[in-house]
Design a protein around this ligand. Structure first.
Ligand code: NAD
Length: 337
């Protein structure tokens, strides 16, 4: 089996706990890997780097192409530009892919949810261009470029075709943001009409879309949207299937990919050993599929599915009492049988 070199960014808060758990699970499943562990976030500053995203960390991802990342803490309203925004922009990780699925053993109000959120990851209101025009008046620039809107639309349709998904729904607010969101849907519509008429296509104004998601999430398949909407809808949809502890993610570009859970650094539970590592483990499974280690991916997936189905070793967010380590041990034990 080929040996992989993967950059591991433990991150802040619960990041080191959930990435360590993931590392154990992937290795127990048979992944042959050299981890290149490097910091980002508040941890990087604590280690004496002068930026939350050290150049060394960025260069390692550029060199090795693949990273598994824990969440990082981003100060509100001050401080450095977010590590995540910097990473996604610097590495052109233009597609955030977030599968949201009902899982056996995780009881929620909804059954049979199976959708993928496809979020444009490089521009929109996350371009970070904010100005104080006159004292007391600030603006924030929402950027939409034809190149980025077309690129994410094409990625979404290609993904849907390869994964045998049936429909793409674009969430937008082009009734108000006629130019920026208008461009987003114009590009998506063009890719649908010219390249992928095999996939069903619909557009929904996002406020009505949110209502429909909570009324019946099973009517949705792939959701395509710009950056900010994708951020919000990801957490909304996580809530439909059991919370942030069970939703993985991938940030994909043409030259590199960074895999990370949707959740943040959860400072309220950091260091207590109670975080659910599953979302990070699931992100690891997405990573395994990306690097063509499908057999190992299936082994990990089968193991955590069996632990969830049994329902005996669940973390607190899933109404259980297990610690991070107990859940991780249970997943590893299932792979041995
Ligand atoms: P959060 O996702 O960290 O936490 C929201 C709630 O969900 C908390 O109650 C937390 O305890 C719970 N939670 C999250 N992940 C969990 C897990 N794996 N197991 C059990 N419970 C879990 O969101 P927040 O509190 O709004 O943000 C905290 C920090 O994380 C902020 O600085 C934010 O900027 C950052 N953040 C980082 C990323 C990232 O690095 N990808 C993503 C989102 C937020």
């Amino acid at each position: 089996m080929a040996k992989h070199t993967i950059v591991l960014i433990p991150g802040d808060g619960i990041g080191p706990e959930v990435t360590a758990a993931t590392r154990r699970v992937l290795e127990a499943a048979g992944l042959s890997v050299d981890w290149v562990e490097l910091p980002a976030g508040a941890t990087a500053l604590e280690q004496g780097f002068d930026n939350v995203l050290p150049q060394r960390t960025l260069a390692a991802i550029q060199a090795h192409k693949i990273a598994l990342k824990g969440p990082v803490t981003t100060p509100v309203g001050k401080g450095f530009k977010s590590v995540n925004v910097q990473l996604r922009q610097a590495l052109n990780l233009y597609a955030a892919v977030r599968p949201v699925r009902s899982m056996a053993g995780v009881k929620t109000r909804y059954d049979h949810v199976d959708m993928v959120i496809m979020r444009e990851n490089t521009e929109g209101l996350y371009s970070g261009i904010e100005n104080e025009i006159v004292p007391g008046v600030v603006t924030s620039l929402k950027v939409a470029s034809e190149v980025a809107c077309t690129r994410i639309a094409r990625y979404a349709f290609r993904y849907a075709t390869r994964r045998h998904r049936r429909k793409i729904t674009v969430f937008h607010k082009a009734n108000i943001m006629k130019m920026s969101d208008g461009l987003f849907i114009k590009c998506a519509r063009r890719i649908y009409e010219e390249e992928y008429p095999n996939i069903e296509y619909e557009e929904l104004i996002i406020d009505a879309g949110c209502m429909r998601v909570v009324q019946d999430p099973t009517r949705f398949d792939v959701l395509l949207m710009e950056n900010l909407y994708g951020d919000l809808i990801s957490d909304l949809c996580a809530g439909l299937v059991g919370g942030l502890g069970v939703v993985p993610g991938a940030n994909i570009g043409d030259d590199a990919a960074v895999f990370e859970a949707v959740h943040g650094s959860a400072p309220d539970i950091a260091g207590k050993g109670v975080a659910n590592p599953l979302a990070c483990i699931m992100s690891g499974v997405m990573m395994l599929n990306h690097i063509h280690e499908e057999a190992i991916a299936t082994r990990v997936k089968d193991a955590y599915n069996r632990v969830l189905e049994e329902g005996k070793t669940l973390t607190r967010d899933l109404k259980g009492t297990a610690s991070t380590q107990q859940f991780t041990d249970a997943v590893i034990a299932k792979m041995a049988k």
